[in-house]
Each structure stands twice: as structure tokens, then as C-alpha cells.
Design a protein around this ligand. Structure first.
Ligand SMILES: *[C@@H]1O[C@H](CO)[C@@H](O)[C@H](O)[C@H]1NC(C)=O
Length: 362
């Protein structure tokens, strides 16, 4: 072993030409030189392996709390009580493919007797009159908002999230007379009343995130309870330019940096992420009866294809999407897909006629 290693070293060693005057180095000199060279090489090798192994083993993954930057200097607690008529449920509509899903969210909130206006920011150039007509039948009040482009020209962002910074517009609802708001992503479903969220005495609250890989300290941005403030909105837009965070996860990563240190963490029943079921079916079962808001993160019963979301799905396409979703992973989420199907059917019973008129007229 040593000899083959030495031969390897010898091959790299500079061999001086025989000098005319000089004598051949003695056997002893050659032997000792080779030992010093080998020793140094081995020492460097061990040191390099050690440094690299240490860097790999102790590499810290990015974490908005460990890597905290002081961006948000607003108070943590909310100092005003929100009046009943100054509350809003807010969602967002950036493409026609989500119109039915948003309608179901709104109808499910109304069915749970959530006492708030239903305000819906939408992107004017991406959403058709047909989609707006459908969400209005449920009671949503759509209003156009400017697109907020991702920072750094959208570098590194996940393709599905390129419009997601537009979500920050919901902080300007104070200009529409709203004191307290609950934001719900289009892929959520209200199962029970959550009026208590409008009264929490903090400026920002959200539910810790769950991935197929595990439970996280960061929050999921699909459900937010917050106090709208145009001042905070302007501040966020400015901080977007200086904040350092992984750009792939878009507005959720930014919000975690901005609010992560001052956020009130809510129980999982307010954002019951399907990923919980995969991680801990026991916990999912424990929460099932008390779930206020379910979040269809992994499987979406209202989409046939995540990549084509620019048309309002026909009733047949929606049936097909629900069927497919119920079969995913050998039907592991069949029950949860059933909850969404029930909510969809109830909506169609109440508003199906008006919705089909929207489909025909526009
Ligand atoms: C909502 O309110 C109506 C009328 O007061 C009531 O009949 C119904 O049971 C309520 N629904 C829920 C889910 O609380």
C-alpha cells in the first residue's frame, strides 16, 4: 500500500537533471526527502478531507429565523379592535383556471356563516369576464390590482409562483375600510366558522408549514390573519429589494423573513395542510373534527393539470379532476377530496343556474 502510494508521489516529483559537478544524492537523502514529501501530502490530504466533511456535516440549511434580517419594525400586537363591518375574507384570482376553486372557497365561508365581506383582488389582464361573473354569483367583490413582479427579474423563482408577489396587495385593504382580514388561498376550503381570527390581538398570524419531508418552523402563506396597512405594504415593497432569502419560494419565503420573528403561530386547524396526513395520520385524525380551513396543497381536486390553468373548467372537466384527485396515491386523500366535492355540489345546488348563465353569456 505504502509503496504504491510512494510510486504515485514519485511520478509527480520534480526530478533534477544530473549535475555535472554534483554527486548523486545519497540513499539516505533520497529516502528522507521522499518521507517528508509523502508526510506533507498525507497531512494535507487528511486536513482537506476534514474541512470538506465538516462543511458538509455542519452545513446549516437556510432558515428565516437563524438568518434573521431586521426588516419589519412595526408593532407585534394590534392596538385596535376590529369592527364587525370592517372585516374581510380575501383571496386572489390570477388565472381563470382557479375561478371555480375561488367560488367554492367563498361559498364555503358563507356556508360556515363567516361574517365578513368577500374581497377578491384579481389581475385584470389574466382574468376573463366569465370568471369574474362566476365569483360574483357567490358574493365575492372582485377588484383589479397591479401585478407585483418578483424581485431580481424573477431570478430562480419556481414557475408556478411568478405572480405570487401580487398577493402583497392585500395589505392595502385599509384603503377599502377593512380593519382585520383573513387571506385564503384558492386551494383552501372552509369547513367551520373561523370568526375568532378577526379578533386576535396581533398584527400577523399564520400556521406553521408542513412538507412531505417534515414539520417546519416557517409558516405557510396559504392562510393569513392580519391587519391591513398600506404603510406596511409600502415598507414590504421597499424591503423586497434588500431582503436576502431563497427566491424559489417567492412571497412565502419573503413573508417568513418579514414576519417570521413576530408572527403569532396558529393551530393546524386553521390551515390543515394535506401534508400533515402523510407525515402523521394520527395527528390528522386528531384534528379532523375541528378543522376550520383545509389546504389542498399536494392534491388539487379542481385542476386537471397544474400547467394549464388559463380556462374556466367545464362541469365535466371538474368531475374528471375530482375523480382523478380521489385516486391519487391509491386513494390516500379520497376522504378529503370528498369534502371538496361536497362543498362544490352544495355550491352548484345554490348557484349552479347563475354559474351556467355566466358560462354561456360571456
Ligand atoms: C348559519 O346560520 C344559519 C342561520 O342562522 C343557521 O341555520 C346555520 O345552521 C348556520 N350554519 C353554521 C354552519 O353554523
Amino acid at each position: 500500500m505504502y509503496h504504491s502510494f510512494k510510486r504515485l508521489c514519485d511520478r509527480w516529483r520534480y526530478e533534477p537533471l544530473q549535475s555535472h559537478s554534483g554527486q548523486d544524492p545519497s540513499r539516505w537523502q533520497r529516502w528522507s526527502r521522499s518521507w517528508v514529501g509523502t508526510g506533507l501530502a498525507v497531512a494535507f490530504g487528511i486536513a482537506a478531507v476534514f474541512v470538506i466533511a465538516r462543511a458538509i456535516l455542519y452545513r446549516r440549511p437556510y432558515n428565516p429565523l437563524d438568518d434573521y434580517q431586521e426588516l419589519n419594525q412595526f408593532p407585534v400586537t394590534a392596538d385596535n379592535a376590529a369592527h364587525h363591518h370592517r372585516r374581510a375574507v380575501v383571496s386572489s384570482l390570477y388565472s381563470d383556471g382557479y375561478a371555480i376553486a375561488v367560488a367554492v372557497v367563498g361559498h364555503s365561508a358563507r356556508s360556515a356563516n363567516v361574517t365578513a365581506r368577500l374581497l377578491l383582488p384579481y389581475l385584470g389582464n389574466k382574468v376573463s369576464d366569465k370568471a369574474l361573473c362566476i365569483v360574483r354569483t357567490i358574493g365575492w367583490e372582485p377588484y383589479p390590482v397591479p401585478r407585483i413582479p418578483p424581485p431580481d427579474g424573477g431570478k430562480g423563482i419556481f414557475w408556478r409562483f411568478v405572480d405570487q408577489y401580487t398577493k402583497l396587495n392585500v395589505w392595502t385593504l385599509d384603503k377599502m375600510g377593512i380593519d382585520s382580514a383573513v387571506y385564503l388561498d384558492a386551494d383552501t376550503l372552509v369547513r367551520r366558522n373561523f370568526d375568532e381570527l378577526f379578533d386576535i390581538p396581533f398584527n400577523f398570524a399564520a400556521v406553521p408549514d408542513v412538507y412531505t419531508g417534515g414539520f417546519s418552523l416557517s409558516f405557510n402563506a396559504g392562510v393569513l390573519a392580519y391587519r391591513p396597512s398600506s404603510t406596511v405594504f409600502e415598507d414590504m415593497l421597499q424591503k423586497l429589494e434588500v431582503a436576502e432569502y431563497p427566491l424559489a419560494e417567492a412571497e412565502q419565503a419573503f413573508l417568513n423573513l418579514y414576519f417570521g420573528g413576530t408572527c403569532m403561530r396558529l393551530p393546524y386547524i386553521y390551515n390543515a395542510n394535506l401534508a400533515i396526513k402523510g407525515r402523521s395520520p394520527v395527528l390528522w385524525q386528531r384534528l379532523a373534527d375541528e378543522m376550520r380551513i383545509v389546504h389542498y396543497t399536494l392534491v388539487k381536486p379542481f385542476l386537471q393539470d397544474m400547467r394549464s390553468t388559463d380556462t374556466v373548467l367545464s362541469p365535466e372537466d371538474i368531475e374528471d379532476a375530482m375523480e382523478k384527485a380521489a385516486r391519487i396515491e391509491d386513494g390516500f386523500y379520497r376522504e378529503e377530496m370528498g369534502w371538496w366535492r361536497e362543498a362544490y355540489r352544495r355550491m352548484m345546488l345554490d348557484h349552479g343556474h347563475a354559474i351556467s348563465q355566466c358560462r354561456q353569456s360571456s
